[in-house]
Design a protein around this ligand. Structure first.
Ligand code: SF4
Length: 442
């Protein structure tokens, strides 16, 4: 039986928090700690929290409470760690509290309760580190922080201004992941299109070629690896235009996760976001001319303080015009410390919910129509799981966790396994998902 000290780990929050968890877990394994899945087996429990919206705060506090009750030795880190007073008030007995990316504090706290017992012969860590995602896809974090100051957001105050990772580091990490069996990379940051601006786009060498620390060069480099590369959290800057030809050429996936947040110029101004929505629409049309397969995913906030019925209808008109493929929406909810809380004319809660329902209904029709248009086509899919006779895959248009899936009715009989690629004939659709079969000629 292993005598290694045992750590339990709970990872909450967004993909960025997941990457933080992976870094901490990798370091713990390097130092010889065992990672265990139950409170009973753990000598100490680390909870990586999210503090972005009120429901995430509540979920994080609940998770800390459960770990306290079930284990009693709890180390808290992550975004909610920035609000130590809130945590201490609810759970005064936690051993230590640290903020996001503060890996050193977490490890120091673990060492204090549970000194490492390193044995280099048994403490093996795969070269690719510890990943919490299935083996065939991985998140690739290119930067921390954000230079914008959207009025509803407290991320810059929690995570600071943009700090990019030099391009050669990122490309080397991607290469290592590819060698470890990863087939799909999900590029994440707070603002992917600003990548490298803080480093003045410094050039570095990778595989004998010079690359700038810049979104376009990053896409070109990642395109060399022959993986699926998917871009998340792209801010609607004009230079996003530069990467659309790379999508059309198959270098990176024709997929853009680009949060527009609203479509009324006045509301966008209140949000401190780019307000020229006509230009955005023209740009979307141009992108689709260059790359007709492009999938656009976006998120929106309805019921922002001061949003009038007419401004909300501008948003609905934008949905009709933009024909986005995937959309998430939230009714505005005040985030403690956000500037938007000081804005006048908050929208009544019932009105917010009614607008959210109307928004979702409008978009559901668009999404369903866009998926229906794929019936009869063949879609390249990556397989995530096999469940009975079904294989669950995703097309190029589907990011894991947030988008739909492709249910492949004969996946098991076709011998598909997680991480495989397959060409799937699409035979049906609903609002979220596609249904199809692999043809056996494949
Ligand atoms: S761009 Fe994103 S992370 Fe940056 S302030 Fe705006 S919402 Fe927050």
């Amino acid at each position: 039986m292993s005598k290694s000290p045992k750590v339990g780990f709970i990872s909450l929050g967004c993909p960025k928090a997941l990457v933080d968890s992976e870094r901490i877990l990798t370091q713990l394994r390097v130092e010889g700690y065992d990672l265990v899945p139950s409170y009973d087996d753990a000598d100490v429990v680390v909870v990586n929290t999210c503090g972005f919206i009120d429901s995430a705060v509540a979920e994080s506090l609940d998770a800390i409470g459960e770990a306290m009750a079930e284990n009693g030795k709890v180390i808290v880190t992550g975004c909610l760690g920035k609000r130590a007073d809130v945590i201490r008030e609810a759970h005064p007995g936690v051993l230590s509290i640290s903020g996001p990316q503060d890996y050193d504090s977490v490890l120091t706290a673990v060492h204090e309760v549970l000194p490492p017992r390193h044995d280099p012969f048994i403490s093996l860590v795969p070269d690719t580190g510890i990943k919490l995602t299935p083996k065939h896809y991985a998140y690739l974090k290119i930067s921390e922080g954000c230079n914008h100051r959207c009025s509803f957001c407290i991320i810059p105050s929690m995570r600071g201004d943009l700090v990019s990772r030099p391009i050669d580091q990122v490309l080397r990490e991607a290469e290592k992941l590819a060698m470890g069996g990863v087939k799909e990379l999900l590029v994440i940051s707070q603002d992917t299109s600003a990548y490298g601006v803080d480093l003045r786009y410094a050039e570095h060498e990778w595989r004998g070629k010079s690359y700038q620390t810049r979104m376009k060069a990053l896409c070109e480099g990642l395109g060399e690896l022959g993986l699926w590369t998917r871009l998340h959290y792209v801010y609607p800057y004009p230079h996003v235009d530069d990467i659309i030809p790379l999508m059309a050429d198959g270098k990176i996936l024709p997929y853009l996760d680009i949060p527009f947040q609203h479509a009324s110029p006045r509301v966008l101004k209140l949000m401190k976001r780019p307000g020229a929505i006509d230009k955005t629409l023209a740009r979307i049309h141009r992108w689709r001319e260059t790359c007709p397969e492009l999938t656009i995913r976006s998120t929106f906030i309805v019921g922002f303080p001061g949003e009038t019925e007419a401004e909300f209808e501008e948003l609905l008109d934008f949905l009709d015009e933009a024909q986005l493929d995937r959309v998430g929406a939230f009714a505005y909810s005040p985030v403690q410390g956000a500037k938007a809380n000081e804005l006048p004319d908050p929208v009544d809660e019932a009105v917010k919910q009614e607008r959210l329902a109307r928004f979702m209904e409008r978009q559901a029709e668009i999404s369903a129509m866009k998926l229906e248009a794929k019936v009869g086509t063949v879609q390249r899919c990556i397989i995530d799981a096999v469940d009975g006779e079904l294989a669950i895959g995703r097309s190029m248009a589907d990011a894991p966790e947030i988008d739909g899936v492709v249910q492949i009715q004969n996946g098991y009989f076709a011998g598909l396994k997680p991480g495989d690629f397959a060409d799937v004939e699409i035979m049906g659709s609903d609002e979220h998902d596609l249904f199809g079969e692999v043809s056996f000629e494949d």
